[in-house]
Design a protein. Structure first.
Lengths: 113, 115
């Protein structure tokens, strides 16, 4: 299974950009990178996903390196409510053609006032 | 449009009892996934179901655990003869029809405590 590696924790000042890195050096060509976050042990919340190109939505931007071995999630203006555990996930296609999320241990982001 | 619903939110069982966890997917979703999360760890995939079919159960323990998603009603994760090591948060997710769908939408989880 494609494995992701993330720093265990990061701090970010409120109002500043939070850049969360993820290493997925064993990713296969057809595997997507997804980002979710989990606030206070609630159910994970979808943020963004991508395959090769950089992506942006109302929550965040996703930058994927050209070799696809790593990516960075960018929260452009972090707020206190962005304090959460952020998971970088590789969506693996199984031999039967279905999808499976492989979660890592995540990065605990603390946004500081 | 209600989100994914799980009940109960908290469940306490004594060792040896059975635990039944329910998951109602989002309206229109036909794919259900179950995950387990131990304290301070990420989510671990357990099983993927479509209506009346188990598609992938590669993450399910071979004994005591079973899952179903009947034609009518919620998906059920059943743990027989619970042990203390089963204490965890169990999350259900759903996704729309199509081959696996895109993003998964997670429920609030059921926290199982085995005493």
């Amino acid at each position: 299974d494609a494995k992701t590696t993330q720093p265990p924790s990061m701090d970010c000042a409120e109002g500043r950009a939070a850049n969360l890195p993820c290493n997925h050096s064993t990713i296969s060509g057809n595997e997507y990178v997804y980002w979710y976050r989990q606030i206070h042990s609630q159910g994970p919340q979808y943020i963004i996903h991508g395959l090769k190109n950089n992506e942006t939505n109302e929550m965040a931007s996703l930058i994927i390196t050209e070799d696809r071995k790593s990516s960075t999630l960018i929260l452009p203006h972090a707020t206190l409510r962005d304090t959460a555990v952020y998971y970088c996930i590789v969506r693996r296609t199984t031999t039967s053609g279905t999808y499976k999320y492989i979660f890592g241990t995540g990065t605990r982001l603390k946004v500081l006032a | 449009n209600a989100g994914v619903m799980q009940n109960p939110r908290h469940l306490v069982r004594r060792r040896g009892q059975e635990a039944r966890l329910r998951c109602s997917p989002m309206k229109g979703h036909s794919h259900v996934y179950w995950y387990r999360q131990l304290p301070e760890e990420g989510l671990k995939f357990m099983v993927y179901l479509q209506k009346e079919n188990i598609i992938d159960e590669s993450g399910m323990p071979k004994e005591r655990f079973s899952a179903e998603f009947p034609k009518e009603g919620p998906s059920i994760l059943r743990i027989q003869q619970v042990v203390r090591g089963d204490s965890a948060a169990y999350f259900c997710a759903s996704s729309p029809p199509g081959f696996g769908g895109n993003e998964q939408y997670f429920g609030p989880g059921t926290r199982l405590t085995v005493t």
